[in-house]
Design a binder for this molecule. Structure first.
Ligand code: NAD
Length: 298
């Protein structure tokens, strides 16, 4: 009989990832505090649950995709959380929770013999829809072997070892770089626009040259050059990730001067455009300072 899976947090990432598990034939019990997204998942074939404990009463392996570390902790360890459920054996956290919180949750769940898998993902909504995410994993090796077939539904897995939080460290480093290149690309492209260049052409040049990066290859063409600013990653989430990255580096004695600037730039973007703005809104601040818009001429 197929193992019943759980999925908690049906947001921008959780909804398409749940859809992929359902499409692969796995029964999924789902929960989200937002009733509308829960109803949409139920319409796709998931069984709606009344809370995290309810999911854990029905599902052996539970995926979580939640917006901040405190919510991840409450959903796992809270009084109505997963650890109170009768059936849960493994919790796979695909959120970016940070290494410290990953360790805390892993320890709490271990008291109930529930295994914890850090599995933060990279590749955005597009990757979640298409199953092309990078899935960065740390957990016990035997647990990894058990969850790997499910993780493969989401994309390509990278095993970082059995220490809780290791995968989170790798993920935070990646996300700091991903935000940094938005800022640096915006500065270069604003300069180009002011000098009379078409930023779409300039992106093509950069993408064929040594400055190419995920912002010029993907984020600018999709969300900045058309002026939509709807890439699909909230400023609050990017700020959370870069803040955790800089804090972690500091705790390890690693100076992170550039990362610290990116963190403050995201704080400014959040203050000006709000936590629910898209993180490509960072570019609007540079545009404002430079007095130009980085928009395609064609
Ligand atoms: P989101 O805000 O779109 O979704 C979060 C969902 O969690 C929402 O539907 C919300 O209603 C739900 N939720 C909040 N509190 C809850 C609770 N107590 N119980 C159940 N559900 C609850 O966020 P997202 O973009 O899907 O990101 C989720 C996680 O994945 C974050 O940690 C983020 O950093 C990470 N991530 C996001 C992306 C991306 O491109 N969006 C990419 C990689 C990783």
């Amino acid at each position: 009989m197929a193992i019943t899976l759980g999925f908690i947090g049906l947001g921008a990432m959780g909804t398409p990832m749940t859809a992929r598990l359902l499409a692969a034939g796995h029964p999924v019990v789902a929960y989200d505090t937002n009733e509308a997204v829960l109803a949409a998942a139920a319409a796709q074939g998931a069984t709606g649950a009344g809370g995290a404990k309810d999911v854990a009463d029905q599902a052996e392996i539970i995926f979580c995709s939640l917006p901040n570390p405190q919510i991840s902790r409450d959903v796992a360890l809270g009084p109505d959380g997963i650890m109170q459920g009768a059936k849960a054996r493994i919790v796979v956290d695909i959120s970016t929770t940070g290494p410290a919180m990953a360790g805390t949750i892993a320890k709490g769940l271990a008291e109930r013999n529930i295994a914890w898998v850090d599995a933060p993902v990279s590749g955005g909504i597009k990757g979640a829809v298409n199953g092309t995410l990078a899935v960065i994993v740390s957990c016990r090796k035997e647990t990894y072997d058990e969850v790997l077939p499910f993780l493969q539904v989401f994309g390509k897995s990278f095993y970082c070892g059995d220490k809780a939080g290791s995968a989170q460290v790798a993920k935070l480093g990646n996300n700091m770089i991903a935000a940094a290149v938005i800022l640096l690309s915006a500065e270069a492209l604003a300069m180009g626009v002011k000098a009379g260049l078409d930023p779409a052409v300039m992106c093509e040049i950069i993408n064929a040259s040594t400055g190419r990066n995920s912002a010029t290859q993907d984020k600018f063409p999709r969300a900045v050059l058309p002026g939509t600013f709807d890439f699909g990653f909230k400023t609050s989430l990017s700020y959370k990730d870069v803040k955790m990255c800089v804090d972690e580096a500091e705790a390890l004695g690693v100076p992170m001067v550039g990362g610290g600037m990116v963190r403050q730039f995201l704080a400014a973007t959040q203050a000006k455009y709000g936590p629910n703005s898209d993180f490509t809104s960072m570019v609007k601040i540079i545009e404002d300072w430079a007095g130009v818009e980085i928009r395609s001429k064609t």
